[in-house]
Design a protein around this ligand. Structure first.
Ligand code: ZN
Length: 219
C-alpha cells in the first residue's frame, strides 16, 4: 500500500497558502496533486478549509475512484481528473472561486496582458465555454485551451471560477495567485480608464531581460 503522506502534506501546504492569500474561502475551490504512483490527491468535499487536516485529503485514481482516505473527494473531482488524464505534464491543479477572477468569468471577458502577473499565467487568460460545475466537461473545456497554448497556465471557467495548472502544488497555487492579482489590477484599471495592453515586442523584451538575469545569477 502506497504511503500518501508526502503528497497530502505537499497539497496541504499549498491549501494553506491559498487560504492565507484569500483565494480559498469557506469550502469553495479545490486543489489536486498527481501522486508518484499516478493517482491524484485532492481536497475533500464539504470540509471548511480552516478545519482541514492533511490526513483528510482524499486519494483517487484517474477516473475518480476512491483509493484512500476517510473523506469523500471534492465534488469537482471529475474536472480535476479530466485535466490530469488529458495533460500528463500537469502535476497539480489549483481551482479557486477567487473574486476578481470570478468577476471576469461572470462577464465572459478575458484578462488581458496588463502586468507581470498576467504574463506569468501566459495571458491573455481566456474564458472557457460554460460547463456544469462538477462535470468532466468542466475539465475538458480547459484542456482544449491549454493544448492550444502551451504557455497558458490559467483559464477562467465561465460563471464559475479559475483553473490554474502547475508542475507541483506550490506552482499551481502560484499561478492561481497570479491570475487573481492580474484580474484585480485589470478590473481596477478598467475603473479609471482604458487599460494599456503590453505589446508582443514588449513581452519578448521582458522575457529576454528575465532570461538574461537568471543566466547572470548562475555565473
Ligand atoms: Zn468550483
Amino acid at each position: 500500500m502506497t504511503n500518501y503522506q508526502e503528497a497530502r502534506e505537499e497539497l496541504f501546504a499549498a491549501v494553506q497558502k491559498a487560504r492565507d492569500e484569500g483565494l480559498l474561502r469557506i469550502s469553495e475551490g479545490n486543489l489536486s496533486l498527481r501522486t508518484p504512483d499516478g493517482n491524484v490527491a485532492i481536497t475533500p468535499s464539504g470540509i471548511k478549509y480552516d478545519q482541514l487536516k492533511p490526513e483528510e485529503i482524499a486519494i483517487v485514481d484517474l477516473d475518480g475512484g476512491h483509493i484512500d482516505g476517510p473523506c469523500k473527494a471534492s465534488s469537482e473531482t471529475p474536472m480535476h481528473t479530466a485535466i490530469m488524464r488529458n495533460l500528463p505534464e500537469v502535476g497539480a491543479i489549483c481551482h479557486t472561486h477567487s473574486p476578481f477572477a470570478m468577476t471576469f468569468a461572470a462577464a465572459g471577458r478575458d484578462i488581458e496582458l496588463i502586468n507581470l502577473e498576467a504574463m506569468g499565467c501566459g495571458a491573455p487568460i481566456p474564458v472557457a465555454p460554460w460547463a456544469t460545475p462538477g462535470s468532466a466537461a468542466g475539465g475538458e473545456v480547459t484542456v482544449t485551451l491549454f493544448k492550444q497554448r502551451p504557455d497558458l497556465k490559467a483559464v477562467l471557467l465561465r460563471n464559475h471560477g479559475v483553473v490554474a495548472i502547475g508542475e507541483n502544488a506550490e506552482d499551481s497555487f502560484d499561478k492561481a495567485f497570479k491570475a487573481e492579482a492580474a484580474a484585480q489590477i485589470y478590473y481596477q484599471a478598467l475603473q479609471i480608464g482604458e487599460p494599456v495592453i503590453i505589446t508582443p515586442p514588449q513581452q519578448q523584451e521582458a522575457f529576454d531581460t528575465y532570461i538574461a538575469f537568471t543566466k547572470k545569477e548562475r555565473t
